[in-house]
Design a protein around this ligand. Sequence first.
Ligand SMILES: Cc1cc2nc3c(=O)[nH]c(=O)nc-3n(C[C@H](O)[C@H](O)[C@H](O)COP(=O)(O)OP(=O)(O)OC[C@H]3O[C@@H](n4cnc5c(N)ncnc54)[C@H](O)[C@@H]3O)c2cc1C
Length: 489
Amino acid sequence: MMGYYRRYCERRADARAVGTNGKRWIRTWINVFRTETEARVPQDEAQLAQLICEGEFSCVGKSHSYNGVQVVPSVTAMMMREGGLTTLAYDPASETVRVGASVSVRDLKVYLRDEHRRGLYNAGNYMEQSVIGALATGTHGFGPRAVMADAIVELTFLDGSGQRVTLKRGDPEFAYVALSFGTIAPIVELVLETKPLESYVSVSSMSRLSKLDELKQGALAVNWAVMPYTNPEDPVIMLHALAECDQAGAIATHPKASGGSGKFAAWFLRRYYKLDRFLPKLRRPMQRIIDWLDLKQSERVITDPDDLDYLYDPQPGLKENRAPSITRGLFSTTYTGYNLAFFVPLEKAPAVVKFIIREADGLRDLGFFLKGIISVREMPGEAGPHFAANAERPMAAIDLFADPRDYAWLERIQRLVMHYEPDTRPHFGKSALGPEFCKTLDTAHLAELMRIHRRYYPQGQLMFSERVRAMLDVGRPVAGVPAADAGLA
Ligand SMILES: Cc1cc2nc3c(=O)[nH]c(=O)nc-3n(C[C@H](O)[C@H](O)[C@H](O)COP(=O)(O)OP(=O)(O)OC[C@H]3O[C@@H](n4cnc5c(N)ncnc54)[C@H](O)[C@@H]3O)c2cc1C
């Protein structure tokens, strides 16, 4: 009770602090990493240029990353999302949009839709983040052009003396800086490719992992969520496939739910999602009932071209304005749990998921439960930025969710996956970052990123997260990091 009250007071204090300069708490989403530090809200680029020359600084977008990549103790935090860098300008000739560092993904999508009938190639499933923060961490959706940063054609950042530097796609340093997780900052403007608004055929199916290949056929974009406490040999999955409207017939489906068992299942699932959030111990028996029901059913929807979140919620309008449904239930975990994610080669995803199911089940007696789903977003094709998840080959994004107190178990699972699948790559806003990722990110690429960093910030005043510094083996922990304060490092 006291804990809830304390958290309520913290939230109110954080809300009051938005837009203000001075000592403030910077907290990650779900509050697992935090620090109290000086914050500055830049009103325009000239003021930002002046502020970054005053001493050590870091950049914060909306502070929605889970893994603390935006939390740097003891240095002045530039609160980019709260500032006045609100450029939004569409160029019909190149079909690109110029966007400033204070603009949110929602503002950008609404502007493109309402004023130019255009949209983004891809997006994450939440829209309050700053566009630049999201792109800097490799935020992605699924399907073609899955990593948002792959759509950047030009970007402008301020160097250590506050001067503008503009890089264009094709410039030698561009592919490093376009996805650089806070090591090149502040990025003040980006230019992004856009696409026309269009409808898709969206098929949501409840099925089994063994049916994955069959149900994927003919789809343009695919994501699937696995219920981890169903049959570990062939778990229940909920699959979401998108196809071009003229390809609708090519997508495989199960018959639509009908009759008593279908209705009972829908009734049961609605209650399941409510209980699942609060009673983790019931999760396994309830998922076993779902397993026993052995449902195979599909729903087909034509998405509304104006729908901003069609990738995650195919019904028209925004999911946040609607009561929970089967498809919405898939993703509600994001709002209630700690989310750790990483990327594995696409063809390995089913085996990795089965491995995680077994590992997690073995930890049950220690009180650890994954939240209701493991989410898998398929990322075909290859992206341009060197540190994009699918820079080298098609990948699958695996998202795990657990109660915040259990987040360390997620780190353990990540480490085990990395051990058995060495090509695992990090999500810069959600993975537990560390030196183990250097090989898969290519040590030569990382060294080049650090060379670019030193070239533009020779004064050394741009600071980035201790976990990223440890990963890149640069500098020492700063004051405020316990290892430094304790004299350990
Ligand atoms: C509810 C929720 C849903 C999510 N869904 C998805 C999803 O579907 N897919 C996905 O891939 N991720 C998802 N994420 C992760 C999220 O998109 C990223 O963590 C993203 O970085 C958050 O953006 P932000 O503005 O909050 O950035 P922050 O967390 O504030 O910062 C992230 C990084 O960007 C840097 N940065 C910020 N602004 C600038 C700037 N102007 N110049 C240079 N560097 C800068 C920071 O230094 C830091 O390194 C989700 C997160 C939440 C909370």
